[in-house]
Structures are given as structure tokens and as C-alpha cells.
Design a protein around this ligand. Structure first.
Ligand code: SAH
Ligand code: SF4
Length: 338
């Protein structure tokens, strides 16, 4: 068994099954998440014979990346091997902050039109170990200030493992991060969204891309099962007066979702909700027929929405020279191995 990524309660069950006292689980979380042990042998407050026995069958389970690509702007893209597949992790430094964009699945079931991951189809869920390994096994590990679940996969389609990973990140026995440092992004799957809102304190991002149901269904098939109006109604029911935030991702597609009609639609959908809209420049993918909105039009769209009372920002496009749109690098790698 791989110990990295296990929660305290899972390690308590593990300790019991190994005939160890309950408090040894806490000793293990200290070694794993505070002292950053890389082998079971380093856990020197466990008796030597116990370490020996555990090492024969179990390991910490850290796997270094197979590859790294570095962009001229400092962004890096790591490629990890997961069984026979590949997942991508983006490291995005920005002055005093450094954001890590992690994957939650290999591929994705959602099939969104402009997304390279969606075009791969679904391969498998990542375990909490495989999610956290993307953070722990890169050289920048200790400098990461924020983590976003905006890599490959739909995190709410793998919520158990995502919640395990965020528990390890935020628990006092774990890495002790504030949940404000973590954002989980979703197309808006309502049943797991309810659970995420109830059980987690991490920020939420919803991939919106257009306020209109018919247009959204053409880009995001999940719209048919979970209409955006229902998703927003669910979000409005939650209390956002504390420190937790909700944002809406809006990838700008030229002459598709960047018109005055869309500004009016966004006002109608989001008016009065404490939220932020993040405009994202499209990273063109080989299979999509969309083109990116020019920067000047993006700025105008942002300023008009903000003037209408909807806080809007533009997310700087980073790493365009290193296939930074998630899914592109792993797709290329998959083709090589075929
Ligand atoms: N599955 C989740 C999280 C991963 S995708 C979700 O969809 O929210 C993270 C974000 O990247 C989403 O907002 C998605 O719409 C956006 N995205 C996907 N492909 C893109 C591309 N080619 N260019 C720009 N943004 C893209
Ligand atoms: Fe999946 Fe998100 Fe890509 Fe849609 S945009 S296919 S939900 S990863």
C-alpha cells in the first residue's frame, strides 16, 4: 500500500490492521506531511522491526515526474506517469505566489468541445496519492502557495479522492494549509456540488463559458443534465459571506460568447451574487474550430461587466509555448507511445 495521501483515520485503520498502537498513525502523518519523509525507514520513532516489516509490503508511494517542459515565462508543465497513462501538472509562478494546477483524473468523461482532455475520453480516476504526488514530487514543492484543480479531469466526478487530498492538505495533522489556498473547478455536477459545498471549505470555480443554456449545451454536454440556471440556484443557496469564494470561468471564444448579448445574459444569471468572473484566453487545440477573442475585446468585455456590477478579471494566459492547455501534452505523449 502507498501511505502518502492517506488520511489520519485511514492510517488509524492501517495501524490497527498491522497490530500497531493507534498513536502510531499520528506519528506516520507527522513523517509524511510535516517532516516530508521519503522512506518508511526514516520514521525513527517506530520500532526498527516494525519499520522493517512495513517496508516489505508497503511504501510511501512518491513518483517523480517523467518530463518537464519550461516556458519562456517561467511556467512549467510536468508530465507524470500513472499506470500506462500520463497526467499533466502546471507550475505557474507569479511574483510572490506560485500556483500548482493539478489533475484529478486521467482524461475526462465530460467531453467539452474546446478541451483537449475532453477529447481524450475517460481513462481512470486518480487516487489521493496520485493527486498529492503532483505537488510533493516536484522540485518547487515547498514554494507552492496555491493549488487549483483545473488540470485534467472533472474533480467532482472523483470527489472522494479529491476530498481526501484536500483533507491531507488542510488538516492540522496534515499540511495545515488554509482551505483558501485551494480552488476546485467544475462544470457544475449538482449532486457532488452539494456535497462539496457542505463538506469542504475550499473555494469553488464553475466553468460557465456562456450564460445561455442552448449555447452552453453545444460546448459542455453536462449542461443537458445540469442546466446552468440550476447550478447557479444551488450556489445562491449557499452562504458566501465568509471567506470562501465562488468564481465563474469564462473561456473567451471569438464571436461565440463575447458579444453584448452575453454581457446582458451574465448580468441576468449572476446579478446580486457575491462572485467573480474570470475571463480566460482560449488555448487553441488541434480539434477545435473556435478562435480566441482578441485582447482588446477581452478588456472591453471585462470593463463592461465590471461597470454592470459583476467583478471581472482576466486570467493571464501562461505557457502558451509549452502546450499549456491541459490535455495537450499528455495527448501528444499518448500518441508517441502508440
Ligand atoms: N473539469 C473542470 C476542471 C478542469 S478544466 C472544469 O471543467 O472546470 C479547467 C478549466 O480550463 C475549465 O474552465 C475549462 O473550461 C478550461 N479549458 C479547457 N480547455 C481549454 C482551452 N483549450 N483553452 C482555455 N481554457 C480551457
Ligand atoms: Fe473535462 Fe473540464 Fe475538459 Fe470539460 S473542460 S472535458 S469538464 S476537463
Amino acid at each position: 500500500m502507498e501511505l502518502y495521501g492517506k488520511t489520519l483515520s485511514e492510517l488509524e485503520v492501517f495501524a490497527q490492521s498491522e497490530g500497531l498502537p493507534r498513536f502510531s498513525a499520528k506519528q506516520m502523518t507527522d513523517w509524511l506531511y510535516r517532516k516530508h519523509a521519503t522512506s518508511l525507514q526514516q520514521m525513527t520513532n517506530l520500532p526498527k522491526a516494525v519499520r522493517q516489516r512495513l517496508s516489505e509490503q508497503h511504501n510511501i508511494g512518491l513518483t517523480p515526474p517523467l518530463k518537464v517542459q519550461q516556458s519562456a515565462d517561467g511556467t512549467k508543465k510536468y508530465l507524470f506517469g500513472v499506470d500506462n497513462h500520463f497526467v499533466e501538472t502546471a507550475y505557474i509562478p507569479d511574483r510572490e505566489r506560485a500556483t500548482l494546477c493539478v489533475s484529478s483524473q486521467v482524461g475526462c468523461r465530460m467531453g467539452c468541445e474546446f478541451c483537449a482532455t475532453g477529447k481524450q475520453g475517460f481513462q481512470q480516476d486518480l487516487s489521493a496519492n496520485q493527486i498529492l504526488n503532483q505537488l510533493r514530487s516536484i522540485p518547487e514543492f515547498e514554494s507552492i502557495s496555491n493549488m487549483v484543480f483545473m488540470g485534467m479531469g472533472e474533480p467532482l466526478n472523483n470527489l472522494d479522492e479529491v476530498l481526501r487530498a484536500t483533507e491531507v492538505l488542510t488538516a492540522p495533522w496534515g499540511m495545515g494549509w488554509s482551505p483558501k489556498r485551494i480552488t476546485v473547478s467544475t462544470v457544475g455536477l449538482i449532486p457532488p456540488l452539494r456535497r462539496f459545498l457542505a463538506e469542504s471549505r475550499c473555494h469553488l470555480a464553475v466553468s460557465l463559458h456562456t450564460p445561455f443554456a442552448d449555447e452552453r449545451a453545444a460546448m459542455i454536454p453536462a449542461e443537458r443534465a445540469f442546466p446552468i440556471a440550476d447550478v447557479v440556484a444551488e450556489i445562491r443557496r449557499h452562504d458566501w459571506s465568509g471567506q470562501r469564494r465562488v468564481s465563474f470561468e469564462y473561456t473567451m471564444l471569438h464571436n461565440v460568447n463575447d458579444t453584448p448579448r452575453h454581457i446582458a445574459g451574465l448580468q441576468q444569471l449572476l446579478g446580486g451574487l457575491e462572485c467573480r468572473v474570470n475571463l480566460i484566453g482560449l488555448h487553441p487545440t488541434p480539434e477545435s474550430h473556435f478562435s480566441p477573442t482578441p485582447t482588446a475585446d477581452m478588456i472591453r468585455f471585462r470593463d463592461t461587466l465590471t461597470a454592470h456590477g459583476i467583478t471581472t478579471t482576466i486570467r493571464a494566459s501562461r505557457g502558451l509555448d509549452i502546450s499549456a492547455a491541459c490535455g495537450l501534452l499528455s495527448t501528444a505523449e499518448q500518441h508517441k507511445t502508440k
